[in-house]
Ligand binder design. Sequence first.
Ligand SMILES: Nc1nc2[nH]cnc2c(=O)[nH]1
Ligand SMILES: [Zn+2]
Length: 450
Amino acid sequence: LCAPPAEVPLFYRGTFVHSTPQTPLLILEDALLGVNTHGTIAFIGEGKHVKRLSQDFKFSLSDVKQMFFMPGMVDTHIHAPQYSYAGTALDLPLLQWLNKYTFPVEAHFADLKFAQQIYNQVVKRTLRNGTTTACYFATIHTDASLLLGQIANDLGQRALVGKVCMDRNDSAKTYKETSQESQEETLRFIKELLEKKYPRVSPVVTPRFALSCTEPLLGQLGAIAKNNNIHIQSHISETVDEVNVVKELFPDSKSYTDVYNKHNLLTDKTVMAHGCYLSDEELTLFRQTGASLAHCPNSNVSLCSGLLDVRNVLKHKVKIGLGTDVAGGYSASILDAARRALETSKVLTIQNPGYKTLTFEEVFRLATLGGSQALSLDKQTGNFEVGKDFDALRVNVAAPGGPIDLIKDEHPKVGIWTLIIKIVNSDDRNIVEVFVAGKKVVPFTEKTQE
Ligand SMILES: Nc1nc2[nH]cnc2c(=O)[nH]1
Ligand SMILES: [Zn+2]
Protein backbone atom coordinates (compact mmCIF):
# COMPACT_ATOMS: atom_id res chain seq x y z
CA LEU A 1 0.00 0.00 0.00
CA CYS A 2 1.45 3.31 -1.07
CA ALA A 3 0.97 6.79 0.33
CA PRO A 4 -2.20 8.60 -0.75
CA PRO A 5 -1.93 11.02 -3.66
CA ALA A 6 -1.71 14.62 -2.48
CA GLU A 7 -4.33 16.03 -4.84
CA VAL A 8 -7.25 13.99 -3.44
CA PRO A 9 -9.58 16.55 -1.83
CA LEU A 10 -11.39 14.47 0.80
CA PHE A 11 -10.44 11.58 3.03
CA TYR A 12 -12.34 9.36 5.40
CA ARG A 13 -10.48 7.42 8.05
CA GLY A 14 -11.77 4.53 10.12
CA THR A 15 -12.74 0.89 9.84
CA PHE A 16 -13.98 -0.06 6.39
CA VAL A 17 -15.88 -3.26 5.75
CA HIS A 18 -16.75 -4.55 2.28
CA SER A 19 -16.92 -7.57 -0.02
CA THR A 20 -14.97 -8.60 -3.10
CA PRO A 21 -15.80 -11.33 -5.61
CA GLN A 22 -13.20 -13.49 -3.83
CA THR A 23 -13.97 -12.66 -0.19
CA PRO A 24 -17.47 -12.18 1.22
CA LEU A 25 -16.32 -9.90 4.06
CA LEU A 26 -13.08 -7.93 4.28
CA ILE A 27 -12.36 -5.81 7.35
CA LEU A 28 -9.89 -2.97 6.87
CA GLU A 29 -9.04 -1.65 10.29
CA ASP A 30 -7.81 1.95 10.42
CA ALA A 31 -7.99 2.55 6.70
CA LEU A 32 -7.89 5.81 4.80
CA LEU A 33 -10.20 6.32 1.82
CA GLY A 34 -9.86 9.25 -0.58
CA VAL A 35 -12.74 10.59 -2.65
CA ASN A 36 -12.19 12.86 -5.63
CA THR A 37 -14.34 15.80 -6.68
CA HIS A 38 -16.55 13.59 -8.90
CA GLY A 39 -17.40 11.41 -5.91
CA THR A 40 -15.36 8.41 -7.02
CA ILE A 41 -12.96 6.51 -4.80
CA ALA A 42 -9.44 7.70 -5.63
CA PHE A 43 -7.47 5.85 -3.02
CA ILE A 44 -7.76 3.28 -0.27
CA GLY A 45 -4.86 2.54 2.02
CA GLU A 46 -3.66 2.54 5.58
CA GLY A 47 -4.91 5.18 8.00
CA LYS A 48 -1.46 5.76 9.44
CA HIS A 49 -0.40 7.54 6.22
CA VAL A 50 -2.40 10.47 7.44
CA LYS A 51 0.49 11.61 9.62
CA ARG A 52 2.84 11.76 6.67
CA LEU A 53 0.79 14.26 4.74
CA SER A 54 1.71 17.84 5.36
CA GLN A 55 -1.31 19.34 3.65
CA ASP A 56 -4.42 20.16 5.57
CA PHE A 57 -7.23 17.90 4.41
CA LYS A 58 -10.53 16.86 5.84
CA PHE A 59 -11.01 13.49 7.36
CA SER A 60 -13.29 12.01 9.90
CA LEU A 61 -11.73 9.50 12.24
CA SER A 62 -14.68 7.44 13.30
CA ASP A 63 -14.46 5.90 16.70
CA VAL A 64 -13.24 2.44 15.70
CA LYS A 65 -14.72 0.91 18.79
CA GLN A 66 -18.25 1.57 17.66
CA MET A 67 -18.25 2.84 14.09
CA PHE A 68 -17.42 1.59 10.65
CA PHE A 69 -18.03 2.38 7.00
CA MET A 70 -19.71 -0.14 4.74
CA PRO A 71 -20.87 0.06 1.11
CA GLY A 72 -24.34 1.44 0.51
CA MET A 73 -26.92 -1.31 0.17
CA VAL A 74 -28.70 -2.28 -3.03
CA ASP A 75 -32.44 -3.02 -3.19
CA THR A 76 -32.73 -5.03 -6.40
CA HIS A 77 -36.55 -5.17 -6.32
CA ILE A 78 -39.04 -2.75 -4.77
CA HIS A 79 -42.49 -1.51 -5.84
CA ALA A 80 -42.50 2.22 -5.03
CA PRO A 81 -46.32 2.68 -5.18
CA GLN A 82 -46.89 -0.28 -2.86
CA TYR A 83 -45.04 1.59 -0.10
CA SER A 84 -48.43 3.23 0.47
CA TYR A 85 -49.77 0.01 2.03
CA ALA A 86 -46.57 -1.67 3.25
CA GLY A 87 -47.16 -3.67 6.41
CA THR A 88 -50.82 -4.35 5.68
CA ALA A 89 -52.89 -6.73 3.55
CA LEU A 90 -50.73 -9.83 3.74
CA ASP A 91 -53.60 -12.29 4.20
CA LEU A 92 -53.90 -13.62 0.65
CA PRO A 93 -51.71 -15.58 -1.75
CA LEU A 94 -50.05 -13.68 -4.59
CA LEU A 95 -52.61 -13.84 -7.40
CA GLN A 96 -55.55 -12.91 -5.16
CA TRP A 97 -53.43 -10.33 -3.32
CA LEU A 98 -52.67 -8.60 -6.64
CA ASN A 99 -56.33 -8.40 -7.62
CA LYS A 100 -57.74 -7.41 -4.26
CA TYR A 101 -55.12 -4.95 -2.98
CA THR A 102 -52.32 -4.18 -5.41
CA PHE A 103 -54.07 -3.24 -8.63
CA PRO A 104 -56.63 -0.91 -6.96
CA VAL A 105 -53.84 0.88 -5.06
CA GLU A 106 -51.60 1.21 -8.12
CA ALA A 107 -54.55 2.64 -10.07
CA HIS A 108 -54.43 5.69 -7.76
CA PHE A 109 -51.06 6.71 -9.18
CA ALA A 110 -52.82 8.33 -12.12
CA ASP A 111 -53.06 11.14 -9.55
CA LEU A 112 -49.71 12.93 -9.68
CA LYS A 113 -50.21 14.62 -6.32
CA PHE A 114 -50.67 11.29 -4.59
CA ALA A 115 -47.72 9.86 -6.52
CA GLN A 116 -45.54 12.79 -5.47
CA GLN A 117 -46.35 12.23 -1.81
CA ILE A 118 -45.78 8.46 -1.76
CA TYR A 119 -42.71 8.54 -4.01
CA ASN A 120 -41.09 11.19 -1.80
CA GLN A 121 -41.74 9.03 1.22
CA VAL A 122 -40.42 5.80 -0.26
CA VAL A 123 -37.21 7.34 -1.60
CA LYS A 124 -36.52 9.08 1.71
CA ARG A 125 -37.33 5.99 3.77
CA THR A 126 -35.12 3.69 1.70
CA LEU A 127 -32.25 6.23 1.75
CA ARG A 128 -32.49 6.46 5.54
CA ASN A 129 -32.48 2.67 5.64
CA GLY A 130 -29.16 2.68 3.76
CA THR A 131 -30.39 1.84 0.26
CA THR A 132 -28.07 3.84 -1.98
CA THR A 133 -29.24 2.00 -5.11
CA ALA A 134 -32.84 0.94 -5.74
CA CYS A 135 -34.44 -0.86 -8.66
CA TYR A 136 -38.05 0.35 -8.71
CA PHE A 137 -41.28 -0.83 -10.27
CA ALA A 138 -43.57 2.20 -10.58
CA THR A 139 -47.08 1.80 -12.13
CA ILE A 140 -48.52 1.81 -15.66
CA HIS A 141 -48.66 5.65 -15.53
CA THR A 142 -45.83 7.26 -17.49
CA ASP A 143 -45.93 10.71 -15.91
CA ALA A 144 -45.96 9.38 -12.35
CA SER A 145 -43.09 7.03 -13.26
CA LEU A 146 -41.10 9.99 -14.60
CA LEU A 147 -41.84 11.78 -11.33
CA LEU A 148 -40.33 8.87 -9.38
CA GLY A 149 -37.16 9.25 -11.47
CA GLN A 150 -37.07 12.97 -10.71
CA ILE A 151 -37.54 12.44 -6.98
CA ALA A 152 -34.77 9.81 -6.81
CA ASN A 153 -32.48 12.20 -8.67
CA ASP A 154 -33.37 15.17 -6.47
CA LEU A 155 -32.84 13.24 -3.25
CA GLY A 156 -29.61 11.72 -4.58
CA GLN A 157 -30.47 8.03 -4.80
CA ARG A 158 -29.04 5.85 -7.57
CA ALA A 159 -32.04 4.24 -9.21
CA LEU A 160 -33.44 2.16 -12.01
CA VAL A 161 -37.08 3.10 -12.62
CA GLY A 162 -39.64 1.14 -14.63
CA LYS A 163 -43.03 2.08 -16.01
CA VAL A 164 -45.02 -1.14 -15.50
CA CYS A 165 -46.43 -2.90 -18.58
CA MET A 166 -49.54 -5.13 -18.39
CA ASP A 167 -51.79 -5.54 -21.41
CA ARG A 168 -53.36 -8.79 -20.11
CA ASN A 169 -55.50 -7.33 -17.37
CA ASP A 170 -59.01 -8.82 -17.32
CA SER A 171 -58.83 -9.29 -13.56
CA ALA A 172 -57.94 -5.63 -12.95
CA LYS A 173 -61.13 -3.60 -13.12
CA THR A 174 -59.74 -0.07 -12.89
CA TYR A 175 -56.11 -0.62 -13.79
CA LYS A 176 -55.74 -1.25 -17.49
CA GLU A 177 -53.74 -0.31 -20.55
CA THR A 178 -53.97 -1.57 -24.12
CA SER A 179 -51.07 -3.33 -25.85
CA GLN A 180 -50.51 -0.24 -27.97
CA GLU A 181 -50.50 2.09 -24.97
CA SER A 182 -48.10 -0.19 -23.14
CA GLN A 183 -45.61 -0.12 -25.99
CA GLU A 184 -45.95 3.56 -26.90
CA GLU A 185 -45.85 4.75 -23.32
CA THR A 186 -42.76 2.62 -22.60
CA LEU A 187 -41.03 4.34 -25.51
CA ARG A 188 -42.14 7.78 -24.27
CA PHE A 189 -41.03 6.94 -20.74
CA ILE A 190 -37.57 5.88 -21.86
CA LYS A 191 -37.15 8.86 -24.16
CA GLU A 192 -38.28 11.45 -21.62
CA LEU A 193 -36.30 9.96 -18.75
CA LEU A 194 -33.11 9.78 -20.83
CA GLU A 195 -33.62 13.38 -21.97
CA LYS A 196 -33.43 14.52 -18.34
CA LYS A 197 -29.80 13.32 -18.28
CA TYR A 198 -29.95 12.43 -14.60
CA PRO A 199 -26.48 11.13 -13.75
CA ARG A 200 -27.59 8.13 -11.70
CA VAL A 201 -31.20 7.40 -12.65
CA SER A 202 -31.99 5.16 -15.64
CA PRO A 203 -35.09 3.60 -17.19
CA VAL A 204 -35.78 -0.13 -17.04
CA VAL A 205 -38.14 -2.06 -19.32
CA THR A 206 -40.76 -3.60 -17.00
CA PRO A 207 -43.20 -6.28 -18.13
CA ARG A 208 -45.06 -6.93 -14.83
CA PHE A 209 -44.80 -10.73 -15.31
CA ALA A 210 -45.73 -13.25 -17.98
CA LEU A 211 -49.29 -13.55 -16.62
CA SER A 212 -49.93 -9.84 -17.25
CA CYS A 213 -48.46 -9.63 -20.75
CA THR A 214 -49.41 -10.97 -24.17
CA GLU A 215 -46.74 -12.57 -26.33
CA PRO A 216 -46.68 -9.68 -28.84
CA LEU A 217 -46.08 -7.20 -26.00
CA LEU A 218 -43.31 -9.35 -24.49
CA GLY A 219 -41.66 -9.42 -27.93
CA GLN A 220 -41.96 -5.65 -28.35
CA LEU A 221 -40.51 -5.00 -24.91
CA GLY A 222 -37.57 -7.32 -25.61
CA ALA A 223 -36.90 -5.36 -28.80
CA ILE A 224 -37.18 -1.99 -27.05
CA ALA A 225 -34.67 -3.05 -24.40
CA LYS A 226 -32.29 -4.27 -27.06
CA ASN A 227 -32.57 -1.19 -29.29
CA ASN A 228 -31.93 1.12 -26.35
CA ASN A 229 -29.44 -1.15 -24.55
CA ILE A 230 -31.30 -0.77 -21.28
CA HIS A 231 -32.18 -2.83 -18.23
CA ILE A 232 -35.12 -5.25 -17.93
CA GLN A 233 -36.97 -6.33 -14.79
CA SER A 234 -39.87 -8.65 -14.10
CA HIS A 235 -41.04 -11.47 -11.81
CA ILE A 236 -40.48 -15.20 -12.28
CA SER A 237 -41.53 -18.44 -10.55
CA GLU A 238 -42.68 -16.77 -7.36
CA THR A 239 -45.52 -19.21 -6.53
CA VAL A 240 -46.70 -22.64 -7.63
CA ASP A 241 -50.08 -21.27 -8.80
CA GLU A 242 -48.36 -18.67 -10.95
CA VAL A 243 -46.05 -21.26 -12.55
CA ASN A 244 -49.12 -23.40 -13.37
CA VAL A 245 -50.97 -20.50 -15.03
CA VAL A 246 -47.87 -19.72 -17.11
CA LYS A 247 -47.87 -23.33 -18.33
CA GLU A 248 -51.49 -22.93 -19.46
CA LEU A 249 -50.99 -19.54 -21.09
CA PHE A 250 -47.76 -20.45 -22.87
CA PRO A 251 -48.15 -24.13 -23.85
CA ASP A 252 -45.39 -23.87 -26.46
CA SER A 253 -42.74 -22.79 -23.99
CA LYS A 254 -40.51 -25.33 -22.27
CA SER A 255 -40.47 -23.42 -18.99
CA TYR A 256 -41.29 -20.06 -17.40
CA THR A 257 -37.70 -18.97 -18.10
CA ASP A 258 -38.14 -20.02 -21.73
CA VAL A 259 -41.13 -17.64 -22.06
CA TYR A 260 -38.90 -14.67 -21.27
CA ASN A 261 -35.91 -15.99 -23.16
CA LYS A 262 -37.95 -16.47 -26.36
CA HIS A 263 -38.80 -12.78 -26.30
CA ASN A 264 -35.23 -11.60 -25.72
CA LEU A 265 -36.00 -10.57 -22.17
CA LEU A 266 -33.06 -12.40 -20.58
CA THR A 267 -29.89 -10.36 -20.97
CA ASP A 268 -26.98 -9.42 -18.74
CA LYS A 269 -29.03 -6.35 -17.79
CA THR A 270 -32.06 -8.36 -16.68
CA VAL A 271 -33.11 -8.83 -13.05
CA MET A 272 -35.95 -11.21 -12.25
CA ALA A 273 -37.57 -11.24 -8.82
CA HIS A 274 -38.03 -14.43 -6.76
CA GLY A 275 -37.28 -17.58 -8.82
CA CYS A 276 -38.33 -19.88 -5.96
CA TYR A 277 -39.37 -22.68 -8.31
CA LEU A 278 -36.74 -22.48 -11.07
CA SER A 279 -35.29 -25.80 -12.21
CA ASP A 280 -31.55 -26.38 -12.56
CA GLU A 281 -32.04 -26.17 -16.30
CA GLU A 282 -33.65 -22.76 -15.97
CA LEU A 283 -30.86 -21.55 -13.67
CA THR A 284 -28.39 -22.65 -16.34
CA LEU A 285 -30.26 -20.46 -18.84
CA PHE A 286 -29.94 -17.54 -16.40
CA ARG A 287 -26.22 -18.19 -16.19
CA GLN A 288 -25.84 -18.40 -19.98
CA THR A 289 -27.75 -15.19 -20.66
CA GLY A 290 -26.23 -13.25 -17.74
CA ALA A 291 -29.66 -12.58 -16.22
CA SER A 292 -29.83 -12.26 -12.43
CA LEU A 293 -32.19 -12.90 -9.52
CA ALA A 294 -33.56 -10.62 -6.82
CA HIS A 295 -34.03 -12.69 -3.65
CA CYS A 296 -36.97 -11.26 -1.69
CA PRO A 297 -37.22 -13.45 1.43
CA ASN A 298 -39.62 -11.25 3.42
CA SER A 299 -42.13 -11.27 0.56
CA ASN A 300 -41.67 -14.98 -0.13
CA VAL A 301 -42.68 -15.83 3.42
CA SER A 302 -45.23 -13.01 3.97
CA LEU A 303 -47.26 -14.09 0.93
CA CYS A 304 -46.55 -17.79 1.64
CA SER A 305 -44.97 -17.99 -1.81
CA GLY A 306 -41.94 -20.23 -1.30
CA LEU A 307 -38.33 -20.50 -0.12
CA LEU A 308 -35.54 -19.68 -2.53
CA ASP A 309 -32.53 -22.01 -2.36
CA VAL A 310 -29.84 -19.31 -2.65
CA ARG A 311 -27.06 -21.89 -2.25
CA ASN A 312 -28.23 -23.60 -5.45
CA VAL A 313 -28.43 -20.25 -7.27
CA LEU A 314 -24.84 -19.48 -6.24
CA LYS A 315 -23.78 -22.98 -7.31
CA HIS A 316 -25.10 -22.21 -10.78
CA LYS A 317 -23.07 -18.97 -10.77
CA VAL A 318 -26.18 -16.87 -11.34
CA LYS A 319 -25.83 -13.25 -10.15
CA ILE A 320 -28.05 -12.57 -7.14
CA GLY A 321 -28.87 -9.69 -4.81
CA LEU A 322 -31.51 -8.89 -2.18
CA GLY A 323 -34.86 -7.17 -2.68
CA THR A 324 -37.47 -5.92 -0.24
CA ASP A 325 -40.34 -6.43 -2.73
CA VAL A 326 -42.43 -3.88 -0.82
CA ALA A 327 -45.37 -4.44 -0.23
CA GLY A 328 -45.30 -8.24 -0.67
CA GLY A 329 -42.43 -7.75 1.77
CA TYR A 330 -43.55 -5.58 4.65
CA SER A 331 -40.19 -3.92 5.30
CA ALA A 332 -38.45 -1.30 3.14
CA SER A 333 -35.05 -2.18 4.59
CA ILE A 334 -32.29 -4.29 3.07
CA LEU A 335 -31.03 -4.97 6.61
CA ASP A 336 -34.36 -6.71 7.12
CA ALA A 337 -33.92 -8.57 3.82
CA ALA A 338 -30.50 -9.73 5.06
CA ARG A 339 -32.00 -11.08 8.28
CA ARG A 340 -34.77 -12.83 6.36
CA ALA A 341 -32.27 -14.30 3.88
CA LEU A 342 -30.39 -15.86 6.79
CA GLU A 343 -33.65 -17.09 8.26
CA THR A 344 -34.88 -18.69 5.02
CA SER A 345 -31.53 -20.42 4.65
CA LYS A 346 -31.87 -21.75 8.19
CA VAL A 347 -35.38 -23.02 7.48
CA LEU A 348 -33.94 -24.93 4.52
CA THR A 349 -31.33 -26.35 6.89
CA ILE A 350 -34.06 -27.43 9.33
CA GLN A 351 -35.81 -29.19 6.47
CA ASN A 352 -32.58 -30.78 5.26
CA PRO A 353 -29.87 -31.02 7.93
CA GLY A 354 -27.14 -31.52 5.30
CA TYR A 355 -27.92 -28.12 3.75
CA LYS A 356 -25.08 -25.60 3.85
CA THR A 357 -26.65 -22.56 5.53
CA LEU A 358 -25.72 -19.12 4.15
CA THR A 359 -23.22 -17.35 6.37
CA PHE A 360 -23.51 -13.81 7.70
CA GLU A 361 -20.61 -12.84 5.43
CA GLU A 362 -22.34 -14.21 2.33
CA VAL A 363 -25.55 -12.35 3.11
CA PHE A 364 -23.60 -9.13 3.72
CA ARG A 365 -22.18 -9.55 0.22
CA LEU A 366 -25.65 -10.20 -1.25
CA ALA A 367 -26.85 -6.92 0.30
CA THR A 368 -24.03 -4.90 -1.25
CA LEU A 369 -21.76 -6.23 -4.01
CA GLY A 370 -24.20 -9.00 -5.01
CA GLY A 371 -26.96 -6.45 -5.56
CA SER A 372 -24.72 -4.25 -7.67
CA GLN A 373 -23.75 -7.27 -9.80
CA ALA A 374 -27.39 -8.34 -10.14
CA LEU A 375 -28.19 -4.88 -11.54
CA SER A 376 -25.02 -4.81 -13.69
CA LEU A 377 -23.99 -1.69 -11.79
CA ASP A 378 -20.89 -3.24 -10.21
CA LYS A 379 -18.57 -0.96 -12.21
CA GLN A 380 -20.18 1.99 -10.41
CA THR A 381 -21.01 0.70 -6.93
CA GLY A 382 -21.08 -2.26 -4.52
CA ASN A 383 -17.75 -2.03 -2.69
CA PHE A 384 -14.80 0.28 -1.97
CA GLU A 385 -12.74 -0.51 -5.06
CA VAL A 386 -10.78 2.43 -6.47
CA GLY A 387 -12.64 3.92 -9.44
CA LYS A 388 -16.13 3.14 -8.17
CA ASP A 389 -18.41 5.83 -6.78
CA PHE A 390 -18.25 6.38 -3.02
CA ASP A 391 -21.64 4.90 -2.08
CA ALA A 392 -21.30 4.32 1.63
CA LEU A 393 -22.91 4.12 5.03
CA ARG A 394 -21.34 5.30 8.25
CA VAL A 395 -22.65 2.87 10.83
CA ASN A 396 -22.60 3.63 14.55
CA VAL A 397 -23.35 0.37 16.29
CA ALA A 398 -23.90 2.17 19.59
CA ALA A 399 -25.88 5.10 18.23
CA PRO A 400 -27.70 6.96 21.01
CA GLY A 401 -31.29 5.77 21.23
CA GLY A 402 -30.49 2.85 18.93
CA PRO A 403 -31.60 -0.74 19.30
CA ILE A 404 -28.27 -2.30 20.33
CA ASP A 405 -26.16 -2.36 23.48
CA LEU A 406 -22.44 -2.73 23.00
CA ILE A 407 -21.01 -5.21 25.45
CA LYS A 408 -17.69 -4.06 26.83
CA ASP A 409 -14.42 -5.96 27.41
CA GLU A 410 -14.60 -8.22 24.40
CA HIS A 411 -11.36 -9.60 23.03
CA PRO A 412 -10.16 -6.92 20.56
CA LYS A 413 -10.31 -9.16 17.46
CA VAL A 414 -13.62 -10.63 18.48
CA GLY A 415 -14.62 -7.05 19.30
CA ILE A 416 -14.38 -5.71 15.80
CA TRP A 417 -16.02 -8.81 14.45
CA THR A 418 -18.96 -8.67 16.85
CA LEU A 419 -19.24 -4.99 16.08
CA ILE A 420 -19.84 -5.73 12.44
CA ILE A 421 -22.03 -8.76 12.94
CA LYS A 422 -24.19 -6.64 15.22
CA ILE A 423 -25.50 -5.01 12.08
CA VAL A 424 -27.88 -7.98 11.95
CA ASN A 425 -29.61 -6.41 14.97
CA SER A 426 -29.43 -2.82 13.81
CA ASP A 427 -31.76 -0.45 11.98
CA ASP A 428 -31.81 3.04 10.52
CA ARG A 429 -30.87 4.57 13.88
CA ASN A 430 -27.45 2.96 13.42
CA ILE A 431 -27.01 4.35 9.90
CA VAL A 432 -25.83 7.81 10.82
CA GLU A 433 -24.70 9.01 7.39
CA VAL A 434 -25.43 7.87 3.84
CA PHE A 435 -23.30 8.86 0.84
CA VAL A 436 -24.09 8.41 -2.86
CA ALA A 437 -21.30 9.21 -5.32
CA GLY A 438 -19.47 11.07 -2.57
CA LYS A 439 -22.41 13.31 -1.68
CA LYS A 440 -23.94 13.07 1.77
CA VAL A 441 -27.65 12.37 1.18
CA VAL A 442 -28.60 11.42 4.79
CA PRO A 443 -29.16 13.25 7.11
CA PHE A 444 -31.35 15.30 4.80
CA THR A 445 -30.45 18.92 4.17
CA GLU A 446 -32.87 21.79 4.59
CA LYS A 447 -33.64 21.52 0.87
CA THR A 448 -34.54 17.80 1.03
CA GLN A 449 -36.17 18.02 4.44
CA GLU A 450 -39.77 19.04 3.68
N1 LIG B 1 -44.62 -9.83 -5.10
C1 LIG B 1 -45.16 -9.42 -6.25
N2 LIG B 1 -45.24 -10.28 -7.26
C2 LIG B 1 -45.79 -9.85 -8.42
N3 LIG B 1 -45.99 -10.50 -9.58
C3 LIG B 1 -46.57 -9.62 -10.42
N4 LIG B 1 -46.76 -8.43 -9.83
C4 LIG B 1 -46.28 -8.55 -8.57
C5 LIG B 1 -46.19 -7.65 -7.47
O1 LIG B 1 -46.61 -6.49 -7.51
N5 LIG B 1 -45.63 -8.15 -6.32
ZN1 LIG C 1 -42.33 -7.67 -6.91
